[in-house]
Design a protein around this ligand. Structure first.
Ligand SMILES: [Zn+2]
Length: 246
């Protein structure tokens, strides 16, 4: 499968053709054949917004999981919150993407308490309830713990990880041929994780995607500096800073 918006749209069409109804983590039992579409926002909120708009255009609702403790974006900033609220306004759900590596090792009860704390922070930022969680690069222990989190659905719980057929495009690579598995009709329950970061209008190599993201940070930082210092161009000229060919 190509990593393009068109290919993702075709995937949604294929799911429908094969009789799958798009459900979420609470409604999946309403359909004999269901698919849960999940997106972990590991790096870039803007890409997630683009993807959320695409999904709204094709009439599907999914869940976007947001990190609180990342250096890539700040979910508490005004711009980030506008993006997250926009995703919600399109009919999608915002869940918590939890990074256990942001904390020292802890017993499962401690992990649960940390998740609930982050849940409360995210819910208060958004002003809405947050009732789902997914794990960012979970350890084997966390995967096997089948954590029960009061008031929350754990997308890495036994139900969604074992009773569903789980398919993921992590590191821009499907571990299994996703389209063939959908066509096979072998599974009544699918749990599909995609990362919006990898998808664009045209298929492109991984180095292009990652390279553009890294370079764009430079411009973003310049614009942030502009808002925080008087007459930045007198100190640093914009055109001297950026060379798109680097
Ligand atoms: Zn992640």
């Amino acid at each position: 499968m190509e990593f393009t918006y068109r290919a993702y749209e075709a995937l949604v069409v294929l799911l429908r053709e094969q009789g799958y109804t798009v459900q979420n983590y609470r409604t999946w039992e309403d359909s004999a054949r269901c698919v849960i579409l999940r997106h972990d926002i590991d790096t870039d909120l803007a890409q997630a917004v683009r993807f959320a708009e695409l999904e709204a255009e094709v009439g599907v609702r999914s869940t976007y999981f947001v990190l609180l403790r990342t250096d890539f974006y700040n979910p508490a900033s005004k711009q980030s919150l506008e993006k997250l609220r926009h995703i919600q306004a399109l009919g999608h759900e915002i869940g918590l993407h939890f990074d256990e590596k942001a904390y020292p090792d802890g017993a499962p009860e401690e992990t649960v308490a940390r998740i609930l704390h982050e849940r409360d922070v995210l819910a208060s930022l958004l002003g809405t309830a947050v009732t789902t969680v997914s794990m960012h690069r979970p350890s084997k222990e966390t995967l096997e713990a089948d954590l029960k989190i009061p008031g929350m659905v754990n997308s890495y719980g036994k139900t969604f990880f074992h009773d569903f057929k789980y398919l993921s495009d992590s590191r821009r690579r499907w571990r299994e041929p996703v389209e063939e598995i959908i066509k096979s009709g072998e599974y009544d329950r699918l749990h599909i994780l995609t990362h919006a970061f990898w998808y664009h209008e045209k298929d492109e190599p991984i180095e292009t995607t990652v390279g553009r993201f890294v370079r764009s940070a430079n411009r973003e930082r310049y614009m942030q500096m502009m808002e925080n210092i008087t007459n930045l161009p007198a100190i640093l000229k914009e055109d001297e800073l950026f060379n798109e060919n680097l």
